[in-house]
Design a binder for this molecule. Structure first.
Ligand code: SF4
Ligand code: SF4
Length: 399
């Protein structure tokens, strides 16, 4: 029988590890490159720093990363228009790089209103990506609202036809809802992969550990997103958490602990990282060198449990910074505002949070501008009580 833990290949100084992705024939790098947080110019999401981002992608591929993930809205200004991530990749993967990777992108589920839309968006995405075939075509953000809509419009027939036409190779979906919603979706089609949010803080959130086990047991490849919970597990680590990491016999960075926790699980195939700098790419590739399944000791797993406990005492809002709630009709920069509320609680740094709040956010972007229309809460895959949290921000930071 072929080993699920497919192979290990040396690329210069580092090894990249590969796992067989579910029941597909693909052997994919345990580190996947998520193209939603590429470096940008002038702080504008649609102005990708092409030169730097291209060098990051090429470095990653040259060092063994072969799973590249994007989606229709990534690096755009609104969810209804195509962002620049797919367009960027179409250019960046020229010169032989396209052939070295498996490319995943996603159908924008929220835009689809008619069965004609399926083909319209797929064709547009093939053009934007400058490719004849998408390796993994996922339905983006399936939940209890979008799945019935797409199913009723005949999405499974569309996927069958797209495979027959050789426009896509494998199918899948990304999932943002409670575990209870997952079995119905999985049983409705012969999916190849599913993409779930999972990290050591989110074991019982959304699909959680139950969803991960269920999907893998059904033969789907499991792609994990948000390994660092939108960066909060990597940045400004509080002293109490750092002192837990410092107790480890083998010293590792907080980023390394978060990734190692995931790769330790034999039912996780790929961990996506939305890398924003060349330093992150280099660091993550180095970390992936040792991401073997079942490689953490009992004591190391215990340390992770302690760190989780410490964080749990602090995180106020489960916002991952995905931006799906944007744009707010009243101009509130919801993810950045909520980020400062979390900063306030998690990092023992009220004055820093307050000064970031006033330094980063223009007057027109602050919480005080919220009119409580509720549009953002309908879009939030994390179920954040945005209005309530914004009121708390006003209480804490003033107007
Ligand atoms: S509820 Fe407030 S933050 Fe949300 S979209 Fe409406 S005005 Fe913007
Ligand atoms: S509030 Fe929700 S939709 Fe908005 S950025 Fe945070 S997690 Fe994403």
């Amino acid at each position: 029988m072929r080993s699920k833990f497919a192979s290990k290949t040396c690329w210069g100084d580092e090894y990249m590890l590969y796992r067989k992705l579910g029941s597909t024939k693909e052997e994919v790098s345990i580190l996947g490159f998520g193209c939603m947080r590429l470096p940008v110019l002038d702080d504008k999401p649609d102005k990708i720093d092409n030169k730097l981002a291209t060098s990051m992608i090429h470095y990653a591929i040259d060092n063994g990363v072969n799973y590249i993930d994007t989606a229709y809205p990534y690096h755009g200004n609104s969810l209804s228009e195509g962002g620049m991530s797919e367009v960027f990749l179409g250019e960046a993967l020229k010169g032989g790089y396209r052939e070295k990777v498996t490319l995943a992108t996603k159908l924008p589920s929220w835009i689809i209103e008619d069965k004609k839309d399926f083909e319209f968006y797929l064709n547009q995405q093939l053009d934007r990506l400058q490719t004849d075939k998408i390796d993994f075509y996922l339905l983006h953000t399936l939940n209890r609202t979008y799945w019935p809509k797409l199913e009723n419009l005949g999405v499974t027939d569309f996927l069958d036809a797209a495979i027959a036409d050789e426009k896509i190779k494998y199918t899948g979906f990304s999932f943002h809802d409670d575990f209870e919603v997952l079995p119905e979706i999985i049983s409705a089609y012969n999916w190849d992969v599913c993409q779930l949010q999972y990290n050591y803080m989110d074991k019982n959130y959304q699909a959680g550990i139950d969803g991960l086990r269920y999907a893998s047991d059904q033969g789907l490849g499991v792609v994990v997103m948000e390994p660092l919970k939108g960066g909060v597990l990597a940045n400004n680590v509080p002293l109490e958490v750092q002192s837990i990491w410092d107790m480890a016999e083998i010293k590792r960075t907080p980023v390394e602990w978060a990734f190692r926790y995931l790769w330790d699980d034999p039912q996780i195939d790929v961990v996506l990282s939305g890398m924003s700098s060349i330093e992150q790419v280099v660091e993550n590739i180095k970390i992936a060198d040792e991401g073997h399944p079942n490689s953490l000791t009992f004591d190391e797993k215990d340390l992770i449990r302690e760190a989780k406990y410490e964080y749990r005492q602090r995180i106020k809002v489960g916002c991952t910074g995905c931006g799906y709630c944007m744009p707010c009709p009243s101009g509130v920069d919801i993810p950045h505002v909520l980020n400062q509320l979390n900063h306030f609680y998690m990092f023992d740094d009220p004055s820093g949070a307050r000064s970031h709040y006033y330094g980063i956010l223009k007057e027109s972007e602050r919480a005080i501008n919220c009119t409580e229309c509720g549009e953002c809460e309908k879009q939030c895959p994390q179920g954040v009580s945005i209005i309530k949290s914004l009121k708390e921000v006003v209480e804490k930071f003033g107007s």
